[in-house]
Design a protein around this ligand. Structure first.
Ligand code: OAD
Length: 252
């Protein structure tokens, strides 16, 4: 695997169609923990079985909704970091040149949108939208924080966070849009993701099968690193602004 920022910047400048998958590593420099960091990751401190499954919600809706509401409040207090801004800049530069672009995120924090990204597909939902378990209706019009746990909707059903839990399917529209972007692109990136959660991780295989060049941006290697032709080894908040500057900086 090659580590060459300048070559990847050339590829980015010339690409007709770019698909980018992001994960929790992109938000780490905003102060939001990743999931699998051995010391500070959410899943080092908390048991996903007790918090991120439909069974956990059924067993203890108070605990689960309190935990997601705490995350919702924490994310609101955080700001997009240079990685989010660079991705929004890359999208704007590509779209100004008439190129096709899609940002596919596993993150539920909406920091990409707050940084100005427009073409965003949320594979795992988002923390700001909750759904009534009685009617299936979703809403973003919620007290922040909730006044009681578990919160209830106006229809008397329990409200659950609009995120995808382990054991649940991804929103069909989102996974279809992501797969189609991966299959159409000529340059594919996976940034700040550990590569262990499917189907998001499988997108690189889709991209490769259809001839895309694939780039991984992560300070560490991952179990799927060998799928990528290029590795950008460093924190996304440093690497992505450099990538943007090399690819498009002189044109601005
Ligand atoms: P993980 O916590 O599994 O992985 C985060 C990745 O980010 C790791 O590979 C780190 O090396 C990398 N990383 C750390 N700091 C970074 C930085 N500054 N810049 C770039 N990369 C950095 O998070 P995800 O891969 O997003 O799902 O996890 C995937 C899914 O598993 C999540 O969406 C969540 C989780 O369980 C659900 O909750 C359904």
């Amino acid at each position: 695997m090659l580590d060459n920022l300048e070559t990847v910047a050339d590829l980015l400048r010339d690409a007709d169609s770019v698909a980018i998958l992001t994960g929790a590593g992109v938000s780490k420099e905003s102060g939001i923990p990743t999931f699998r960091d051995a010391l500070e990751g959410y899943w080092a401190t908390y048991d996903p079985e007790k918090l991120a499954t439909p069974e956990a919600f059924e067993r203890d809706p108070e605990l689960v909704t309190r935990w997601y509401d705490e995350r919702r409040m924490k994310v609101r207090a955080c700001d997009p970091n240079p990685a989010h801004h660079a991705l929004a800049d890359i999208e704007a530069a590509l779209r100004a040149r008439g190129r096709s672009f899609l940002l596919i995120t596993q993150n539920v924090d909406r920091l990409h949108q707050r940084a100005g990204s427009e073409q965003v597909v949320e594979l795992h939902g988002c923390l700001d939208r909750w759904r009534c378990t009685k009617t299936g209706e979703s809403t973003t019009d919620l007290p922040a924080p909730f006044e009681e746990y578990p919160p209830t909707s106006a229809h008397g059903g329990l409200l659950r966070p609009g995120v995808v839990w382990f054991g649940e399917g991804l929103p069909p529209d989102a996974i279809e849009a992501a797969a189609s972007a991966a299959q159409m692109c000529d340059l594919y990136f996976a940034i700040g993701t550990s590569g262990v959660v499917y189907p998001a991780t499988g997108l690189v295989m889709d991209a490769k099968r259809h001839g895309a060049i694939c780039v991984e941006c992560n300070p560490d290697s991952t179990p799927v690193s060998e799928q990528f032709e290029y590795a950008l080894r460093g924190p996304a908040g440093t690497v992505l602004p450099e990538l943007y500057a090399l690819a498009f900086g002189q044109d601005q």
